[in-house]
Design a protein around this ligand. Structure first.
Ligand code: AMP
Ligand code: MG
Length: 334
């Protein structure tokens, strides 16, 4: 299959190119497109056959459900049932935006999208291209991140092509993303709203609006409630070592003789290191770190390092999501 690239201006997306992409979605094809979080790989969420193509293109485990994207808040009622009051309040406050709500699914949603679960994850993104694509398609769009499963998520059309060229019908190139990490996934089907995956909306922001919100922790042998959480994720090809106290990094690097080492550092600390150093941003601006994180991991991979040593970040605000991704990508945490 030849993957076509549709380059569009993110502020004034060409109607014709959006229509071309929407037509592919309606025909049951796959289109990668930018959202404010990361690039998504979209298919008609109401067409089980189209949704199954997402799983094969990405090599995604079949038990990992996908997020269904809508362009208008009212569409929520068609896809979910028994929507709690607090979920409506959150949608009002954070949509369009990087918050995904897990709710009881309606019959309109095929089991292929929910991996057999009776719940569905729904989000209204705020990227203009994403919204126009969903509207022009006339159907909700199922879209996980547009990468090969397990790899760092794509934050540019170039990343999408690195992973999926030849496996999908089209990619809309709308430039760089804004947030750089995925949405916050919040389970609203339980008494205590539970974050299954930290992301673009911070825990503290949710608490400010609906009161108590908890972070999911798997208990003992229990099946993880968010199936995606059991897999290694976001991982570069190189081995990733996540280091709590960055003062120890030069010493740890010294023990890895014979290996080519890359370091994921910040503006404040970069001068301490030598060799392949990738600066993700300033410690004073974790939004910048989030935006650059996945592309920094891909760049270090491209530079051919065997091991990436990464600094850690304070788990406040978006820092919680940054550390969640780094832990899942790491083969070792010291
Ligand atoms: P991705 O679309 O690749 O960013 O991943 C979507 C995330 O949402 C994964 O961690 C999924 O396991 C999670 N998810 C999607 N649908 C559900 C659901 N119905 N219940 C719980 N988690 C879900
Ligand atoms: Mg993903």
């Amino acid at each position: 299959m030849k993957t076509i690239s549709l380059k569009v201006n993110p502020r004034r997306p060409s109607k014709r190119k959006i229509q071309t992409a929407a037509e592919i979605i309606r025909r049951g094809g796959l289109v990668a497109f930018p959202t404010e979080t990361v690039y998504g790989l979209g298919a008609n969420a109401l067409d089980a056959g189209a949704v199954r193509k997402i799983f094969s293109a990405k090599g995604r485990p079949l038990d990992n459900p996908v997020i269904v994207h809508i362009a208008k808040k009212e569409e929520l009622e068609k896809l979910a049932r028994r929507i709690p009051k607090k979920a409506k309040i959150l949608a009002e406050r954070f949509w369009p935006g990087p918050l995904t709500l897990v709710l009881k699914k309606s019959r309109a949603v095929p089991k292929a999208a929910t991996a057999g679960l009776d719940t569905v994850a729904i989000r209204m993104p705020r990227n203009r291209i994403a919204l126009e694509l969903i509207s022009a398609s006339g159907v909700p769009i199922a879209a996980p991140s547009a990468n090969i499963s397990g790899r760092p998520s794509p934050t540019s059309a170039k990343h999408v092509m690195q992973d999926l060229n030849g496996k999908i019908d089209a990619v809309i190139d709308g430039g760089a993303v804004d947030i750089g990490l995925e949405s916050t996934v919040l389970d609203m089907t339980v008494r205590m709203p539970t974050i299954l995956r930290p992301g673009g909306v911070a825990l503290e922001e949710l608490q400010n609006v609906i009161g108590r919100v908890v972070l999911y922790r798997k208990k003992g042998k229990e099946k993880p409630r968010s199936p995606g959480m059991k897999y290694r994720h976001y991982a570069p090809r190189a081995e990733l070592i996540l280091v709590g106290d960055s003062a120890k990094i030069p010493e740890i690097a010294g023990t890895l003789r014979g290996k080519k080492i890359g370091i994921l550092a910040t503006k404040e600390t970069a001068m301490r290191y030598t060799g392949a150093v990738e600066v993700v941003g300033s410690r004073k601006n974790l939004r910048e770190v989030a935006r650059n994180l996945f592309s920094a991991l891909r760049k270090l991979d491209e530079s051919g390092v065997d091991v990436i040593i990464s600094e850690s970040f304070e788990e406040k605000g978006i820092g919680l999501a940054i550390m969640n991704r780094l832990r899942k990508a790491a083969s070792r945490v010291v």
